[in-house]
Design a protein around this ligand. Sequence first.
Ligand code: B1M
Length: 211
Amino acid sequence: MTILDKIYNTTLKGSHKDMVDLVKKAVDGGEKPNDIINRALSPAMIEVGDKFEKGEYFMPDMLLSAKAMKTAMVVLKPLLKGADKMIERGTVVIGTVKGDLHDIGKNLVITMAEGQGFKVIDLGVDVDFTVFVDAVKMHHPQIVAFSGLLTTTLANIPEHIKALTDAGLRDSIVLAVGGAPVTRDFADRYQIEIYAPDASSAAREFVKVVE
Ligand code: B1M
């Protein structure tokens, strides 16, 4: 079994205690942080979701796996930050949409954006419409990004956009959206300029906005 298989299984089992040692071992053995995320941690979380859907896993199982992935990220996050992070490229305001508590993907987007030199204002999860509006007024970002993992709460995105429009802020920002159920079609439907399927492409798209 490869070290990536072990990390995958440990995430699936939600054994966060073994995670730090395993991930350090993988990094010391030459595995790239992005490969650990994209080939072990993220696919394991997809399987966790599949097991939840089939009734094989329950909420506590999802929480344990989330904790295991977050523990892995504690080791990986400093390694993901690019050498050029001191160039302040611009500001991104990001939050998980109203009603949604998922934050692992959002946090990964933050890490990648910071690695590209962005100042990121993290509004957290279950962010109210007014909080995005206040954050834009306060921080004058170039980009406002929504993370959404639930089909039900993606329905709140038009309300988020309406709040920004009503506050007269829509034209001053570029909107971005991502999260497992989000598609390019969804973004187009609401004239959201950026759709990013993963954290690396989100950061790449953010760079294009300010270049
Ligand atoms: Co939840 N959950 N969950 N969950 N959960 C999903 C999302 C689900 C797909 C599982 C399933 O049934 N297969 C399903 C949603 C179905 C749907 O609506 N389509 C689901 C459900 C139903 C629920 C509850 C409703 C369960 C219940 O209560 N009955 C409940 C909702 C609570 C709420 O939010 N109000 C719930 C709760 C939870 C936990 C709290 C237990 C936990 C979250 C812990 C946390 O985040 N702190 C949890 C987890 C862990 C998951 C799964 C298993 C894993 C999500 C994850 O962290 N993935 C998930 C299964 C799945 O996604 N297949 C599931 C790893 C992460 C790196 O990927 O978040 O997709 P992801 O982020 C990616 C991209 O999407 C993208 O980049 C990231 C990295 O590349 N991205 C962006 C994300 N945000 C972006 C923003 C951008 C750009 C890209 O901006 C530009």
